[in-house]
Ligand binder design. Structure first.
Ligand code: PRX
Length: 632
């Protein structure tokens, strides 16, 4: 990828001028950005304090903007609010009761629209239903649902009553779900009966059955049975039955700024995922503000973020950011290319989508399918295209720019993480962009690229990507594991270390080079090598396992596993399939290795640490570099 970036950047026109049609209030000239940025970093209290007063509705004003006691911080102290009030009630009070909040489309192009007024009623009924089951402020609720309006309403219902939601992506296996339910100590689980995938029904309820078998912790399972009819067991309740007699009024719980809003599990460098915890006010403000700024929102846009609410992108830019800005969002359940490769483009055309936010892996898939599919449709409504999850390679960037943006859209390449809650680096739509480079720090975010001693690197020198002071939507802790939280700020003393490598050019444009730790990015989703390795060694035939990431044309990165088998186990295709199946059941299909290699030994340091770097160099036929620490 490095070569192609260099080639494109050295060509004339490698800097793409901002489109001239970007004219909204959020639009920032470079000069405005520079002076605002300086103020936001030098006086964060005024910057964020003013914004919080202007952009959010409060039940009680905060009396201090930030309390920063390294490595912990709090924002908007003593403020009282409810995020669902900012996402729903205030818009209804402002005359938007009948504005559509979501347009849901399934694979058969069947649509359901829900207005802000209707959504609030649905949220309130579910919230009252949860209360009737004894769920109260501070309890955790695990949500394992299809991407439907009901899923969004269930998430918001938790926030309405102050319950902490923990959404688990529907692609995770029963084992992975069980681990997350147990870790979060969720007594209540909300699930859908199935989700649509390529014309078929992918079972979710049966996975919940397996995940909660003999798990006494779980008191109630609320099932959105959709169009299915099945018998429910003792502790199960049908979502529709639960809410049909509930009132459509539920006063929002008065939440402290720092009350937890949600936990979202993400991969770390150990076998156990970490429950990243976000709180209420800072997250509300930051997702509101970044939605507005990054996507150049005027207020009447049709917004489409193609992520799933099971990931942070869905939390921040399908649910909280767009709703807080009173936008109309599209959500599309199922495959992007089923029943036809132009499914997405027909949706853009039909609903006149203005902002389209997706992942590079999707762009590469569309690129492979060919430009004839978008060409069949009128995509002229689009004004801003977004990218997230991994570096977008210049080839994909250019294809996106030409075939989807029709050379007339801004492309915002947003770098951020589950932990950061919202965008940290991007280009604003009114800025010139450089394919392959995410861009500049967002307002209020002090980003730097440093060497191991903490000094800023010179232009184009590779370094560690750090954030130098807290921002409102940073994670507050890792659920039940404060030491894991502290590691973010301790690994490089004084700074938040994001775990990524980067370079910065002379104009301060940052290029993300990938992770510095043992995590992989499969289709833009973070998976820890340790997690996959522990799933592999859970197979009865596997004695030892090492996992590496390899470049992949569509997924960006795919998994190769190197395995030592138990004595007397035979390495053959059947064994490979059974091992892959094990990973599927332990973690989910996303983590299944593309390659399995049976080996007699693994390269290790003298202290016994597997040198994955050597496996990778060997597999790719590259120079292994320094091997002085290799034991054998
Ligand atoms: O390595 C970076 C990569 O994804 C990581 C965060 O993963 P996750 O918490 O799952 O969140 C993904 C969606 C926000 C980062 O540490 N990453 C994310 N966005 C980009 C990126 N790498 C390069 N460019 C991006 N725009």
């Amino acid at each position: 990828m490095g070569d192609s970036i260099n080639k494109i950047l050295s060509e004339e026109g490698s800097v793409f001028k901002a489109p001239s049609n970007i004219v909204s209030e959020a639009n920032l000239s470079v000069e405005n950005y520079n002076s605002l940025y300086k103020k936001s970093i030098e006086d964060p209290d005024t910057f964020w304090g003013d914004l919080a007063k202007k952009e959010l509705d409060w039940f009680q004003d905060f009396n201090k903007v930030r309390d920063w006691k390294y490595p912990n911080y709090q924002w908007f102290l003593d403020g009282k609010l409810n995020i669902t009030y900012n996402c729903l009630d205030r818009h209804i009070k402002n005359g938007k009761r009948n504005q559509v909040a979501y347009i849901y489309v399934d694979e058969n192009a069947h649509e359901v629209k829900i207005t802000y007024g209707e959504l609030l009623e649905k949220v309130n009924k579910i919230a009252n239903g949860l209360k009737s089951l004894g769920v109260k402020k501070g309890d955790t609720v695990t949500i394992y649902m299809a991407m439907t309006i009901e899923q969004i309403a269930a998430i918001l219902a938790c926030a309405r009553i102050g319950a902490i939601h923990s959404v688990v992506f529907g692609g995770f296996s029963a084992q992975a779900l069980r681990l997350r339910i147990e870790d979060a100590k969720s007594e209540v689980v909300i699930c859908s009966s199935y989700t649509q995938r390529k014309g078929k029904k992918a079972e979710l309820k049966s996975i919940v059955n397996e995940a909660t078998k003999d798990l006494d912790l779980v008191r109630k399972i609320i099932v959105d049975s959709r169009d299915e009819n099945f018998e429910l067991f003792e502790r199960e309740v049908d979502l529709n039955d639960l809410i049909k007699s509930q009132s459509a009024i539920c006063e929002p719980e008065v939440m402290d700024s720092e009350d937890p809003l949600f936990i979202l599990y993400t991969s770390g460098t150990t076998g156990k995922p970490k429950g990243v915890m976000h709180t209420t006010a800072g997250y509300n403000l930051y997702t509101h503000f970044t939605t507005k700024m990054t996507f150049d929102i005027k207020g009447d846009e049709v917004f489409w973020c193609t992520a799933d609410p099971g990931w942070i992108t869905g939390h921040s830019y399908i649910i909280y950011g767009p709703l807080s800005n009173a936008l109309t969002s599209v959500i599309a359940e199922g495959s992007p290319v089923h029943p036809n490769p132009d499914r997405f483009w027909s949706i853009v055309e039909k609903y006149r989508v203005n902002v389209f936010y997706t992942a590079p892996t999707a762009v590469r898939m569309f690129m492979k399918l060919g430009e004839k599919w978008p060409k069949k449709h009128d995509l002229s409504s689009l004004k801003v295209l977004g990218s997230v999850g991994e570096p977008i390679n210049p080839e994909a960037w250019l294809w996106y720019h030409k075939n989807i943006g029709l050379e007339n859209c801004a492309i915002v390449d947003t770098w951020w993480q589950t932990e950061t809650g919202g965008h940290m680096i991007s280009t604003y739509p009114s800025f010139d962009t450089k394919p392959g480079r995410a861009g500049i720090p967002m307002l209020g975010v002090e980003v730097d690229v440093i060497d191991k001693d903490g000094n800023s690197t010179k232009p184009d020198e590779v370094g560690l990507l750090v954030i130098k002071q807290p921002w409102p939507s940073g994670l507050r802790t890792c659920w039940g594991e404060p030491q894991r939280y502290e590691k973010y700020w301790n690994e490089i003393e004084g700074f938040y270390f994001a775990g990524d490598l980067a370079t910065k050019d002379k104009d301060n444009y940052i290029m993300i080079l990938g992770r510095a730790d043992d995590t992989l990015s499969i289709s833009g989703h973070r998976i820890g090598t340790a997690e996959v390795e522990s799933a592999l060694v859970a197979h009865r035939a596997v004695a030892e396992a090492a996992v590496i990431g390899l470049p992949h044309e569509i997924k960006g990165e795919c998994i190769a596993a190197f395995l030592i088998l138990m004595e007397e186990e035979v390495p053959n295709d059947q064994q490979s399939s059974s091992i892959k199946e094990k990973v599927r059941t332990e973690l989910g299909s996303l983590a299944v290795p593309d390659e399995i290699h049976f080996v007699d030994s693994l390269p290790k340091t003298r202290s016994g640490k597997i040198m994955r770097r050597l496996l990778k160099a060997n597999r790719l036929g590259e120079d292994p570099g320094d091997t002085s620490t290799l034991e054998d």
